[in-house]
Write a new protein. Structure first.
Length: 602
């Protein structure tokens, strides 16, 4: 760790009148080291020994602290960040480094001096350096990027070397950085490269390995979707991942290879690579290891510039969860178990795409899956399998739709039927009819709340009396970001936060619950750590709202009452709304009120 510097009043590259102050090398380092001792990352005796060992300059103090004395990288980086008053950037192979910034720079020089340009945003250059106060580095950076505004981040020398390897393709052959390095080298080698085809096709080994590695990395990071987004005008093609419900840019691929990457995915999904004018759908079965395989649902869409976007949804084979592990409120869990054991009727699970509806339905099926019951399911696709279920994959292209599967099930002696989705009136009518003729029917629907589901089905044209007789319950759900357990910390909310909780929960209901006042209330948040990629959140927590088909609710359905009237009845009968369930989980320290507002409030 080299912290020997000359500090000018204006920082690197600027003077503000007056003379520069030059503290001694040990005094500067001591500020950082004292912070490590204060935080309990290293004892004073070990620190003294480490400084003595590095005093001759043959061994870097940073390496001694990390390797010999086990100081966490995050702690050392945080201490450097506090001292230099700039962000700490640890090594992460997901970081996209702009290779164009390295064209005029000597890589050996960058490695020796410990700095690296990371990204360009207009006239702003982000530079990672081991010493943001080093004037010599500051002048070199400004000479390399004249007229640009420089923004510094501090990093460990070890991490800067890894970033350089990532940017130049010197890492492991299977890494994304190494593969991109090959492609960048290919671009520079062929000056007259075709900007559309890139002189390379979907069967090139680098394209094949790059596509495979993107899928493997998306699975490793727990992504639910991969978005491939090409742009015109030679701008890099973006690869974005959706993790825990939020998209972020994972990497950029040279624009010259956008067609090759898209074509490779279409080949894997058995799609027509020559057809770029209309959307196509397909599936990929990808083997990650000898004993592990995932399925990807592929959708291509034509976009501006005669390009195609590709979205891949990762459908990892999962085992059904027990209802007790679904984090229901105790009253909601008891009600779901009761209605699931009814011999006939209809249970609906509603919410937006990706809210866990299928997972919940399979948890209900697991609860009632006994040898005495014959259970048929029609799904698209079959994401979860369990013994005892007879599962059918629908194929609309051959007219095996949800409605056709339902008709077939009714001739196959079912006790329980699960339909992946009610997409039209025909499917809804058959499901209601089946539930009225002695079968338990489960299905999903895309609506915003439990009560709105009733209005939606009636608007489709379903008979209000038949639906009222059939309905057992409607479960609405959302998935909300969970506070990272590794960096979770308690804090006292402000009066404004407290008031927002009361307003969201409802003043009268809040008063009945007897929640602590603001002075004694404790809430939780995530500080951000390596485990959660410094976001403060990792994983998701479900929010639930169960509308039970009581006699009063059935009467309201038959009379086609307004949504607000049915909601009032349901709340009076004890229904916990999505927002109320979310606020209870805020008070339990599982999520934050801001996250609840993002997914559950209108």
């Amino acid at each position: 760790m080299t912290v020997e510097i000359d500090i000018l009043a204006g920082g690197p590259g600027g003077r503000k009148g007056g003379r520069s102050a030059k503290p001694s090398r040990y005094a500067i380092e001591q500020n950082v080291l004292d912070s490590l001792v204060y935080r309990g990352m290293i004892s004073l005796s070990d620190l003294t020994a480490a400084v003595a060992e590095s005093s001759d300059g043959t061994v870097d103090l940073e390496l001694i602290l990390l390797d010999r004395y086990g100081v966490p990288k995050e702690a050392l980086g945080s201490a450097l960040s506090d001292f230099y008053q700039c962000p700490y950037l640890p090594y992460d192979e997901r970081t996209v480094i702009d290779a164009d910034l390295l064209k005029t720079l000597n890589l050996d020089y960058l490695k020796k001096n410990g700095w690296l340009p990371i990204a360009r945003r207009g006239s702003l250059i982000d530079v990672l350096t081991s010493d943001p106060h080093d004037l010599d580095k500051g002048w070199d950076v400004r000479r390399a990027f004249p007229g640009m505004t420089i923004r510094y981040a501090v990093g460990l020398r070890r991490d800067i070397e890894q970033f350089l390897h990532l940017a130049t393709g010197q890492g492991p052959r299977g890494s994304i950085g190494a593969i991109l390095g090959e492609l960048v080298h290919e671009i520079h080698r062929e000056a007259a490269i075709n900007p559309v085809s890139g002189g390379i096709d979907e069967n090139d080994s680098a394209i094949v390995r790059l596509t495979n590695q993107v899928i493997a990395e998306a699975d490793r990071l727990g992504a639910s979707d991969i978005h491939i987004e090409p742009y015109a005008d030679r701008k890099d093609m973006a690869v974005r991942l959706r993790v825990d419900g939020t998209c972020f840019t994972y990497m950029g691929i040279p624009a010259a290879y956008r067609r090759a990457v898209v074509s490779r995915i279409k080949v894997m999904a058995n799609l027509d690579i020559a057809e770029r004018r209309k959307p196509q759908d397909g599936k990929i079965r990808y083997r990650l290891a000898k004993d592990r395989e995932i399925e990807l649902r592929v959708a291509t869409l034509p976009t501006a510039g005669q390009d195609e976007d590709v979205v891949l949804r990762l459908l990892t084979a999962k085992q059904p969860m027990p209802l007790e592990a679904m984090e229901f409120a105790p009253a909601t869990l008891q009600a779901i178990q009761a209605i699931a054991e009814k011999p006939h009727g209809i249970i609906l699970c509603v919410g937006p795409t990706g809210s866990g509806k299928t997972t919940t339905l399979h948890a209900i099926l697991k609860h009632i899956n006994t040898d005495e019951r014959k259970i048929w399911t029609a799904e698209d696709p079959i994401e979860i399998t369990q013994d005892g279920l007879r599962q059918v994959q629908v194929h609309p292209k051959i007219d095996l739709t949800f409605a056709a599967a339902m008709r077939a099930f009714l001739r196959a002696d079912p006790d329980v039927i699960m339909i992946g989705e009610m997409r039209d009136k025909e499917t809804a009518d058959i499901a209601i009819e089946a539930s009225l003729t002695g079968h338990l029917v489960l299905s999903t629907l895309h609506t915003n709340s439990a009560v709105e589901t009733v209005t939606r089905l009636l608007d489709l044209g379903c008979d209000s009396f038949n639906f009222a007789d059939a309905i057992l319950g409607v479960l609405a759900q959302r998935l909300c970001k969970r506070i990272c357990t590794q960096c979770k910390e308690a804090y006292h909310p402000t009066q404004q936060e407290y008031d927002e909780l009361i307003q969201g929960y409802g003043e009268s209901a809040w008063a009945q619950e007897g929640v602590a006042d603001v002075s004694s209330m404790t809430l939780y948040r995530g500080r951000g750590c390596d485990g959660c990629n410094r976001t403060g959140f990792k994983g998701r927590v479900p929010l639930h709202e169960l509308l039970v088909g009581s006699e009063e609710i059935k009467n309201r359905i038959q009379s086609k009452s307004r949504t607000t009237e049915m909601l009032s009845v349901a709340i009076r009968e004890g229904m916990i709304t999505l927002v109320q369930d979310g606020i209870w989980k805020v008070l339990k320290g599982e999520t934050t009120h801001r996250q609840v507002r993002c997914v559950a409030m209108k």
